[in-house]
Ligand binder design. Sequence first.
Ligand code: GTP
Length: 419
Amino acid sequence: MEDQTIPVTVLSGTLGAGKTTTLNHLLCESGDRELAVLVNDMGEVNVDADLVAESSDISADEEELIELSNGCICCELRGDLLDAIGGLTRDQEFDAIIVESTGVAEPLPVAQTLTLGFDQSDLDPTEFYEETGIEPLEGCHLDTTVTVVDAHQFNEAMQSDEILDDDGTKKHLGDLLVEQVEFCDVLLLNKCDLVDEATLAEIEATLETLQPRAEVVRTTHGRVDPDDVIDTGRFDFEEASRSAGWMQELQEPHESAEEEHGVTSFVFEARRPFHPERFADLLDAFPETVVRSKGHFWLAGREEMALMLNVAGRSIRVAPAGNWIATHPPEEREEQFEAHPELEESWDDEWGDRGTRLVVIGTEMDHESVRNHLELCLLTDEEMDADWAAFDDRFPTFEEPEAVEEGEHDRQEEIGIAN
Ligand SMILES: Nc1nc2c(ncn2[C@@H]2O[C@H](COP(=O)(O)OP(=O)(O)OP(=O)(O)O)[C@@H](O)[C@H]2O)c(=O)[nH]1
């Protein structure tokens, strides 16, 4: 059923991608639609809000332009974001609300705040309300999440070593870029005027592989048809959380050799562990043709815990991925078998569920060579019989593996040995 409440669109995108330009275009082209906008800047002064006010007929003194400064709406300003939207829906008659995030904001926590705040999901929001003191909002719904991608900077950003600081949380530019691409309904490939057709087609193919569910729209100076990004009805939290290309690839792996503009992928699987020193060496010099890799792996000497590899451009992170089921008490193991029969089928008599499953997505990537590199990191027959604890292991040590959930970036540690 169509939601009759006010649709909210969230614009994300790295610094300078063209979010403000797109917002201005939407304000100019909104026609009969009354738009309210909410602009988030990290600094004390909201430069973007001033720019929006300057170049459109909307004014910061009026109710329809709200600034949220000195913080980030994906972190400490989550409550302020909901308060501001609550104020807009209570006091004024608007047809749609647009939220412009800062260039370092992660879209998932923003969407989570909005879906919980609007009580739009099946998740239990009680804890969230208690933590934030927020009342559930009525009268609006998260409708479309849009990521603006700078076509001119895309390849450079993916190869960049630049580290961004989002209020203490450090992350690579490529990592943030991939996160923004993987979690959205519409991708605006902006600054198309600065890039040739072949490069555009290649970036488009990468974007479609990273996020197969999103609509990709090419734009110049953010000139998008407002109907493509406002009141589209495209957002669905559960679907958005599951739709990243790497996740789909892990669920239904297929070696995609039929390349589209050189973008291909494969799943690497192994039932013996990586040698910690050789795998660390490989991550230190990971093939540049790999754009994205994600999945869990087994490191010799870490028989309690699975580790998660997260490669996005030049960013390489390793985080705990929970204890192997083989370490669980037998009754819990039985429960897992009932819930996931395939687990029992692939169970190893000696090692249980321990193993490696990584999706690897790349541009002009030599599958054989990347596969070979990974295979050479696996323990040899001789090493399988050696004392694994004696191997040189410079991966970080992690505590409390069970408590960590994928997506909780603040607990993920920069690997330190890569880059
Ligand atoms: N050539 C070209 N320039 C563009 C295009 N879109 C935006 N720009 C320019 O790129 C610069 C950054 O654009 P903004 O809209 O401010 O980017 P933003 O994403 O809001 O940036 P932050 O708020 O700093 O994160 C401005 O100088 C724009 O005029 C485009 O399609 N082509």
